[in-house]
Design a protein around this ligand. Structure first.
Ligand code: GTP
Ligand code: MG
Length: 198
């Protein structure tokens, strides 16, 4: 897919105020600092469409971007950031849950996982939540440039093995690096394929 236009539409703390257009929507989520905003910028080819931060927990809103006037890309707040008060954390949790369960236009969730780390409970639990609620999702491994190529493969394999303790099938997995623009075509083609099938 060629990205012709990508524009910020609106930030929300209220699911009911998200854009009313009936366009397919793809949401990006993961632990704070996993590289969501960087990935969104990499996918859209824009340097600063989504704000990249050194401070975890910066994206605290549901951010809608419209791509090619055809589909929405959504930047969701990061979950599990340690340096934010519990009351604030709970608020985002509710926001994320509401969005995922109520948003009719949501086609698939892209769960971002830092490729360097062992499978984390919070990510596995979040995917369980998606599974239980029949929300389609894929995994996007981020920051692959921080590992050697062989290491990246081994980490992905290990992640899959861990998931198969709980899942019958593995979700689609993408290995990406925003720093090297790796995985861009694969993700965009995947979205394109779904959009065409709708
Ligand atoms: P919050 O919105 O704060 O939860 O973070 P986020 O998930 O949007 O992460 P963000 O894109 O802001 O990136 C966090 C940090 O990781 C920044 O310092 C980025 O430069 C860095 N980073 C993100 N993606 C990559 C990548 O592919 N490679 C490398 N080397 N660094 C990355
Ligand atoms: Mg962000």
């Amino acid at each position: 897919m060629l990205i012709r236009t990508s524009d910020f539409v609106i930030s929300n703390t209220d699911v009911s105020k998200c854009p009313a257009q009936n366009l397919p929507e793809y949401a990006f989520i993961g632990r704070s600092n996993v590289g969501k905003s960087s990935l969104i910028n990499m996918l859209t080819g824009r340097k600063a469409l989504a704000k990249v931060s050194g401070t975890p927990g910066k994206t605290q809103l549901i951010n809608h971007f419209i791509i090619n006037n055809e589909w929405f890309l959504v930047d969701l707040p990061g979950y599990g950031f340690a340096r934010v008060a519990k009351t604030v954390k709970d608020k985002f949790q509710t926001l994320i849950t509401k969005y995922i369960l109520q948003r009719q236009q949501l086609v698939a969730v892209f769960v971002l996982v830092d490729i360097r780390h062992e499978p984390q409970k919070i990510d596995l639990e979040f995917m369980q939540f998606l599974g239980v609620n029949s929300v389609p999702f894929v995994i996007v491994f981020t920051k692959a440039d921080k590992l050697k190529p062989g290491e990246a493969e081994a980490h992905v394999r290990r992640y899959g093995e861990r998931m198969l303790q709980e899942w019958e099938e593995l979700p689609r997995m993408f290995v990406t690096s925003s720093a090297k623009a790796a995985g861009r075509d694969e993700i965009l083609d995947y979205i394109d394929q779904i959009n065409r099938s709708l």
